[in-house]
Design a protein around this ligand. Structure first.
Ligand SMILES: [Zn+2]
Length: 683
């Protein structure tokens, strides 16, 4: 296996997160936790490792978000760069550097990279027809063109994809295309761009992949299918007609920037330069350096084919020895989505679960989508924390600390312990080592927990709390061994649960930096006679209430995924004044939509079943154009309960749901901010 090779040093990269939203659990499970575990493990082995990441701040989605929010692209990336950076710090992701692709160093590095390839004739210059908006005088990126999908008739299909039927499109496929910048009908104009001839490079890429058949099956398989499907690899443009990004450093390329997938991966190199201006080259140019990219599966083609092709053509750099990409993490039965706000955001998690970073690190590693998509649910989170962290690891540490304090005044008993412990822990270390080296972090973590499980078994078999009455010396041997197990766990769990590891070493009053991975197995980590610190709980049980609140919050968000409202342009016309008595006639109540269906032959109507606590009502509501029926079930709303009933399309509707008009012409439910009992009065 390649990891057996005697590598001099490691360069580990984690995918550059895109600066158009905060970090969520899918990001963490996908590549930041695995890379952090791996790097912490390498450091525990005293290896030389550089761990690089940073915000990806170019590309069209950022310019679109900026237009939507009425701010500049720079303001968008400044905002999210800070939020993302803080989340990584909060969760202990131990980057050597976290920088950004809008930095000066990156602009210079990416620019020079392109220029060298350009000067050596590595690109093909090609003229193509591209849509141009004559009103705002600019070429239109695919996402800036909307039109009717030729496949399904959706009138809001984008130039690169119809989100309704999923078809990949070219802008020229669209019927009735128009620019989202001005609404104008775009015209085709000739434009020149520079293409990387991946078709000609295919033999080199194939040879590279053939040398790496040890890659994860999902990664290797996806690469092969890129090479083998249709005509294989095709030339890809490395420049774009856009005004946000790194200007193409070539005469005659005004108004063009580097393709975001050309500049972003170079960010790994520029961030290394930023951190180590005089010492970075050995991490990128020495053949004895092992380069590893941790990414999610949506980035496989860029990291396994396009970036290596760029590096090979540039000629000065090493290419990745492994790309352990993960599949996707889903959330409560649905795909995680930033635009639909269907996510658990890291900064929001910490508001509800203060100082519980390791609990999330633990659960996400236990369910990591290493070989196939996996799913996060709050109930599972609760079960894993309570049944594994609290009941196994936390319980062991707490019992041993308390008993040692009680029977030996917090001093490590004077004994050498029992013989077979060393063998057991050394074997466990080897299992964990092999699993980590082969990027099977779930398995590695479960072997760590098995060590704690062994300690608990020792306690329940030997029952020191009974034994102390007859044999203090033997009680000492058992507690001594358990203390060694805990100290070994302190080293073993560090890559996975760094906050826990620190707490363990603090309790044992040991200096964590004095130990390395090879010390795992030693039966004298805490020496006899050593004074221990105070026992403290590692974890707390997760109660139902806090989990129910998280589930309710997700249900609330489900239908409220409308985009950020723009400021209201005109005041709505005011109605005539009423007295309090007029208002008091309204019977307003909270109710939850428990079923929703379309009303036949009525485009605008949905038939809703609403739970009002003491009764269930049918309400027909004219909101079908705004909400899919399945998206609003579970949603708590405000109901006018005493409105006279009326028949709509033959259905008797009893009541009305309150709605708010948003500035962009959409509708939103008027809802209690926190869930309340159905039937509660609103006044
Ligand atoms: Zn379509």
């Amino acid at each position: 296996m390649p990891y057996m090779k005697n590598w001099k040093r490691y360069t580990v990269t984690a995918a550059l997160p895109y600066a158009n939203g905060p970090v969520h659990i899918g990001h963490l499970a996908g590549c930041y936790l695995p890379s952090d575990i791996y790097v912490r493990y390498l450091r525990a082995n005293k290896r030389d490792v550089l761990f690089v990441c940073g915000s990806d701040e170019h590309g069209v989605p950022i310019t679109i978000k900026a237009r939507k929010e009425g701010v500049s692209p720079q303001q968008i990336v400044d905002k999210y760069h800070e939020i993302m950076k803080q989340s990584f710090v909060d969760f202990g992701i131990s980057f050597s550097i976290y920088s950004r692709t809008s930095s000066k160093t990156h602009h210079e590095t990416a620019s020079a990279f392109f220029k060298k390839m350009y000067d050596e004739g590595k690109f093909i210059e090609q003229e193509t027809d591209q849509y141009y908006d004559e009103e705002v005088n600019q070429f239109l990126a695919d996402r800036y063109i909307v039109g009717t999908c030729p496949k399904c008739g959706n009138e809001n299909a984008y130039g690169d994809q119809c989100e309704k039927c999923g078809t990949s499109l070219s802008p020229t496929d669209l019927i009735n295309p128009h620019s989202t910048l001005s609404g104008a009908k775009p015209v085709l104009r000739k434009t020149k761009n520079w293409f990387l001839p991946l078709d000609k490079l295919q033999p080199h890429i194939k040879a590279y992949l053939d040398e790496h058949k040890d890659w994860k099956v999902n990664v290797y398989g996806q690469c092969k299918s890129w090479l083998e499907t249709g005509d294989g690899l095709q030339p890809r443009s490395m420049t774009r007609d856009l005004d946000w990004g790194i200007p193409v450093p070539v005469a005659g390329a005004e108004g063009k920037v580097l393709y975001v997938w050309f500049d972003a991966p170079i960010g790994y190199i520029s961030n290394s330069i930023e951190l180590l201006p005089n010492d970075w080259e050995k991490y990128w140019k020495d053949k004895d350096t092992r380069l590893i990219h941790f990414i999610g599966k949506d980035n496989i083609v860029f990291h396994c084919i396009i970036f290596p092709a760029m590096l090979m053509e540039h000629g000065e750099f090493i290419v990745a020895d492994n790309v352990p990409a993960n599949e996707f993490l889903n959330l409560e039965g649905d795909k995680i989505s930033t635009s639909r706000n269907w996510a658990v955001w890291l900064h929001e998690y910490l508001e509800a679960f203060k100082d519980k970073q390791d609990e999330l690190r633990y659960v996400l590693t236990s369910i990591a989508p290493e070989t196939k998509d996996s799913e996060f649910t709050w109930k599972d989170y609760q079960a894993r924390v309570n049944n594994e962290l609290v009941a196994i690891l936390g319980n062991l540490v707490n019992r041993v600390m308390v008993l040692t304090d009680k029977y030996f005044e917090g001093n490590v008993p004077d004994t050498k312990g029992c013989d077979d412990l060393q063998k057991f822990i050394t074997e466990q270390r080897e299992k964990v080592t092999q699993s980590i080296e082969e990027f099977r972090f779930r398995e590695a973590l479960s072997e760590v927990i098995n060590v704690a499980r062994h300690g608990n078994q020792l306690l329940s078999e030997k029952e020191p709390w009974k034994l102390i009455k007859t044999d203090k010396e033997q009680t000492g041997v058992i507690l001594y061994d358990c203390l060694q197990i805990i100290a070994n766990l302190g080293i073993l769990c560090e890559p996975f649960l760094p906050f826990t590891s620190k707490k363990i070493f603090d309790m044992l009053q040991l200096d964590a930096t004095a130990f390395s991975w090879k010390d795992i197995g030693r039966q004298d980590l805490v020496p006899a006679g050593h004074q221990l610190g105070k026992a403290a709980l590692l974890y707390q049980k997760v109660e139902d209430e806090i989990i129910d609140a998280q589930i309710a919050k997700l249900q609330q968000t489900k239908a409220m995924s409308a985009p950020t409202p723009e400021p209201v342009k005109a005041e709505p016309t005011a109605k005539a004044e009423i007295t309090y008595d007029d208002f008091a006639k309204l019977d307003l109540r909270a109710g939850t939509i428990i079923a929703a269906e379309k009303v036949e032959k009525a485009d605008k109507l949905l038939k809703l079943t609403v739970d009002l606590g003491s009764e269930t009502r049918t309400i027909v509501s004219g909101i079908a154009a705004h909400f899919a029926p399945e998206a609003i079930v579970g949603f708590q709303v405000c109901v006018v309960a005493n409105l006279a009933s009326r028949k709509l399309r033959g259905i008797e509707s009893k009541g009305m749901i309150l709605m708010a008009d948003t500035a962009d012409g959409k509708l939103e439910f008027v809802s209690p901010k926190n869930l309340t009992a159905n039937g509660s009065m609103i006044s």
